[in-house]
Design a protein around this ligand. Structure first.
Ligand code: ZN
Length: 346
């Protein structure tokens, strides 16, 4: 099962890739589908094949579905649960940052059938390479909802952790090698993260034998996020609040934003000994990194992350980018990792 660590500096993306224009509106986050019914089912599978092929031809070591079958990284999962009313929407401030129209929790939440397991089986059939599958984390789920039933963020998070654990176990059985939980909310609600957020995440991975990861970033390159980043000052030290506790958690891999951001790279010292997915590709710009720029960020990270624990990655998902830009960035990621891999093995 732990095949991934045999490769030195195994490359992967944080998750999403642009969708083809016949499936969704190009360069648009959370676009509606352009197809319906059986055509949509087939279209999603075709898009997944294309996304996989783009990763393989770019030379990525750990591949994913590029999140081609989901509209939104949180709500698509929630849509499959009972207890949530999607008609009854409320506008709430999410990530303590921007207003979003979100569904309402109106009763006990439960997962009556699997959400992504069939898609994961389909991906597994298409490749023998290690595969990574992303799920929303419990804290980010509760932060993307209006709760009119539990009336407690913590209680609802524990309920979601149980549901995520059910899904994760089925994903593992479907042959997923790394299950990743996306927790951008960890970069905002530090007290909650330390009091119960990380414990909820550990509940979500309970009993898993595959590798597990948590992805914590500063978000897609959308205006609400870039405006927020401008308020964070010259050094982004958010990770400092949460990494000490994450280091002692059962999560195997921590996925962080590093390239072009103002995160002081020496914060990685706080998790020395953990495996780290180091973001070496900026997803908030159309400028394609050169392989040498990628290599430089990796060399910096290697001062704080042992080579056998470093996974070169993107800062976040690439869904809103053009396909050309995303493809260019995948190639740069692969080429930059190859430069450093050669240095390490010479
Ligand atoms: Zn992200």
């Amino acid at each position: 099962m732990k095949t991934v660590k045999k490769i030195l500096l195994p490359t992967s993306t944080a998750g999403s890739l642009p969708k083809p224009s016949w499936l969704a509106t190009r360069e648009t986050l959370w676009s509606d589908w352009k197809l319906h019914g059986q055509e949509l089912i087939e279209g999603k599978h075709d898009a997944l094949r294309v996304a996989l092929q783009e990763q393989v031809s770019s030379g990525l070591d750990i591949v994913s579905d590029g999140e081609q079958t989901r509209q939104h990284f949180v709500t698509t999962f929630i849509e499959h649960l009972t207890g949530v009313d999607f008609e009854n929407r409320k506008v709430v401030k999410i990530r303590d940052r921007y207003d979003a129209s979100v569904p309402t929790v109106v009763g006990p939440v439960s997962r009556e059938k699997s959400v992504f397991v069939e898609d994961a089986k389909f991906l597994r059939q298409q490749t023998k390479q290690p595969i990574k599958w992303a799920l929303p984390g419990p804290m980010t789920m509760i932060d993307t909802l209006y709760d009119d039933y539990y009336k407690s963020r913590e209680t609802l998070a524990w309920e979601f952790a149980k549901i995520l654990n059910q899904e994760a176990k089925e994903l593992e059985a479907a042959g997923v090698d790394i299950i990743q939980f996306d927790e951008p909310a960890f970069n905002v609600f530090f007290d909650d993260v330390n009091e119960w957020g990380i414990a909820c995440l550990e509940r979500a991975i309970e009993g898993l034998k595959c590798e597990t990861a948590v992805h914590i970033c500063y978000g897609y390159g959308i205006k609400a996020n870039t405006d927020w980043k401008k308020t964070l000052g010259s050094q982004w030290r958010q990770y400092e609040q949460i990494l000490p506790k994450l280091k002692n958690s059962n999560i195997d891999i921590i996925s962080l934003e590093c390239h072009n951001s103002r995160v002081p790279v020496d914060l990685l010292e706080l998790i020395r000994g953990k495996k780290v997915m180091v973001g070496v590709i900026d997803v908030a710009t159309n400028t394609i990194e050169t392989p040498e720029e990628v290599a430089n960020t990796l060399r910096e990270a290697l001062k704080y992350v042992d080579a056998d624990k470093l996974y070169p990655c993107t800062n976040c998902g690439m869904a809103p980018l053009s396909r050309d830009v995303a493809r260019g960035k995948l190639h740069a990621l692969s080429a930059g990792a190859a430069i450093v891999r050669k240095e390490l093995t010479n």
